[in-house]
Structures are given as structure tokens and as C-alpha cells.
Design a protein around this ligand. Structure first.
Ligand SMILES: Nc1ncnc2c1ncn2[C@@H]1O[C@H](COP(=O)(O)OP(=O)(O)OP(=O)(O)O)[C@@H](O)[C@H]1O
Ligand SMILES: [Mg+2]
Length: 298
């Protein structure tokens, strides 16, 4: 649980007040830094925020900073917009049912190419340029994400969309213990070797659960969960369920909130949805009392 909200500082503070404010911020941050040492933080990096160059750069810097402060970040990325763009260029129209993508055999081939080939390697290279040791892998590597074909949804066959059966986190523990930052593309593998497209939000939550993560953070293109256009800064599990059934939480926000509820019920200590378009959003979320975005409490 967060402490009481920090007071908003007026612009143009006189010198002494400004210095006191800086010191308070630093003290606040240091108390969180100690608390998170050796702790696993799973960050879902949404496709919707991988657009602006400076945002991609500040994301890499933040993740490397977390690692250098002794935390153990794990990145699970999406890539919806880039996958849709590639499909469009190759003459395939993407289809969604309740925020979940329908994946044909050809669609799966394009999805894997974009997620594991382009996006995963781009994030990894950026982390390494920022001074970290990022290692890119897909859910197929070392059987990290095992899956089976998802049942049809409202009578619609989702094709090669997988439902996670289990997570084998040993490869992640090996990497984390040796100082590496795992970067995971959301592909899963069936027992017979079939590749499945996995919703990245779901993948992040199951991985966070398997690692008993201290925190699960979803970075997306909105401030957090919005209700009548306003940010809901804290939400209980009950309220989240209610907002889904009322249709307030819709589209791509549904798998995200459902993933959070599942994570909190399966070993994840705390979860938040934040806007990845804000520079250094991860730092503001982790190291301040107030945080940003929507925080979920059990
Ligand atoms: N109540 C709500 N509050 C905020 N966003 C909502 C709400 N209901 C629906 N949404 C939609 O959910 C979107 C976020 O999910 P989306 O799947 O588009 O992004 P992502 O998960 O970050 O990216 P990707 O799926 O590519 O990894 C928002 O941009 C918004 O349009
Ligand atoms: Mg999404």
C-alpha cells in the first residue's frame, strides 16, 4: 500500500523550498530503492508506447538503472501496432475479438517475425547500448511459455492463439542470477512444438506469478484505467471486476486488468498500469509515494 499522496508542488518555488523539495524527493526515492533490492519487477512494455525515439531511450535507461540499483527487471513486450502494420503491408487484415487477436498460419508467421525478430532485438540492443546486458528470448526458448490452442471465444476460432498451460522460469532465474535482463517476446509453444501467439499482458502476468515478482508494471499509451475520462489512481480487485462487467474497461484494457487480477491472486505482490509515454515513468512509479497511473490492491 502506498503512503498518503505527496502534495503537488507549485511552480516557481523559492530557492530554499525548492532545495528542501529536492531533498525530500531523494529521501523518498532512497527508501524505495532499499526496499526493492534483489526484487523481481516484471514490466510489460506495450506495443502502443514503442513509437517515439526519446521514449524508447528513456525506457532503456530506466530499466538499466533498476538493474544497477540491484533490482531484477524482466521485460515482456507487446507489439500490436507493428504486427498490424506488417500484416497490412503483406495484405492481411488483422482481426480482434474482445481485445484478442485472431491469428491465421500466415498471420502467426508475420507475428513471430515482427515480435521475435524486429521488436525483441530492438529492445535488447537498446538496453545494451544503455549499459545493460539484455538477452532477448521468446516464450519458446527453454520451454519458458508452454501453451495449448485457446478455445473459441463467442463462437470465433482464434486460430493460432495460445492459452498458457505453464511457465518454466528456470532460464529466467539463470539469467537474473547472472546480471542479465531478460527480454521476452510473447510466443508460446505446445507440447507438439506448435507455435502460439500469446497475449503479452497474460504472458507478463503468468511470468510474474511464476517468479513471485514484487511488482508487475504495465506500460501502455493511456495514464492508467480511465473512468469517464478521469484516471482511477487506485483500484481494488472487486472494483476492477465490476468495471469490466459494466463495460467501462474495454478493448485492450480487458486482458491487461484480467492479467493483473490473475497475477495478484498467484503470488505477485503489487501491480500497476502506467503511461509509458511519460519520460522515466517506471522510476516515478517505483520510487515515489504517490506513483503514477493506476495501482491495484488485493
Ligand atoms: N477504461 C479504460 N481506461 C483506459 N484505457 C482503456 C479503457 N477501456 C479501453 N481502453 C483502451 O485500452 C488501450 C490500451 O490497450 P492496448 O492493447 O491498445 O495497448 P498495449 O497493451 O499497451 O499495447 P499492445 O497490445 O500492442 O502490447 C487504451 O489505449 C484504450 O484505448
Ligand atoms: Mg494490448
Amino acid at each position: 500500500m502506498r503512503a498518503t499522496a505527496a502534495k503537488k508542488q507549485p511552480a516557481g518555488l523559492p530557492g530554499a523550498d525548492a532545495n528542501a523539495h529536492k531533498k525530500n524527493l531523494l529521501i523518498e526515492a532512497l527508501s524505495y530503492i532499499g526496499r526493492f533490492e534483489d526484487k523481481i519487477v516484471v514490466i510489460k512494455y506495450g506495443g502502443a508506447v514503442m513509437v517515439r525515439e526519446e521514449v524508447k531511450r528513456s525506457f532503456s535507461q530506466d530499466v538499466v538503472l533498476l538493474r544497477s540499483l540491484g533490482m531484477r527487471p524482466v521485460i515482456v513486450h507487446g507489439g500490436g501496432p507493428e504486427v498490424s502494420k506488417a500484416m497490412h503491408e503483406m495484405g492481411h487484415e488483422p482481426r480482434f475479438v474482445e481485445g484478442l487477436r485472431v491469428t491465421t498460419a500466415e498471420g502467426l508467421r508475420i507475428t513471430e517475425m515482427v515480435l521475435s525478430g524486429t521488436i525483441n532485438k530492438d529492445i535488447t540492443a537498446r538496453l545494451n547500448t544503455a549499459g545493460g546486458s539484455g538477452v532477448g528470448l521468446s516464450g519458446k526458448d527453454a520451454g519458458l511459455i508452454m501453451a495449448r490452442k485457446m478455445d473459441s471465444l463467442n463462437g470465433v476460432d482464434l486460430g493460432f492463439v495460445g492459452e498458457i498451460t505453464h511457465i518454466n522460469p528456470s532460464i529466467l532465474n539463470l539469467l537474473l542470477e547472472n546480471g542479465y535482463i531478460p527480454v521476452i517476446s510473447p510466443l508460446g509453444m505446445g507440447e507438439d512444438g506448435t507455435t502460439y501467439n500469446i497475449n503479452a499482458d497474460t504472458a507478463a502476468s503468468r511470468i510474474a506469478g511464476a517468479l513471485a515478482a514484487e511488482k508487475l508494471i504495465f506500460m501502455t499509451d493511456v495514464e492508467g484505467v480511465l473512468r469517464a475520462g478521469k484516471l482511477v489512481s487506485a483500484m481494488s480487485v472487486d472494483e476492477a471486476g465490476r468495471l469490466i462487467s459494466e463495460g467501462v474497461i474495454d478493448g485492450g484494457m480487458i486482458p491487461k486488468v484480467e492479467a493483473i487480477l490473475h497475477g495478484l491472486a498467484h503470488g505477485v505482490a503489487s501491480a500497476a498500469i502506467i503511461c509509458g509515454n511519460d519520460h522515466h515513468a517506471i522510476i516515478a512509479e517505483l520510487f515515489t509515494d504517490k506513483g503514477i497511473g493506476t495501482i491495484f490492491t488485493a
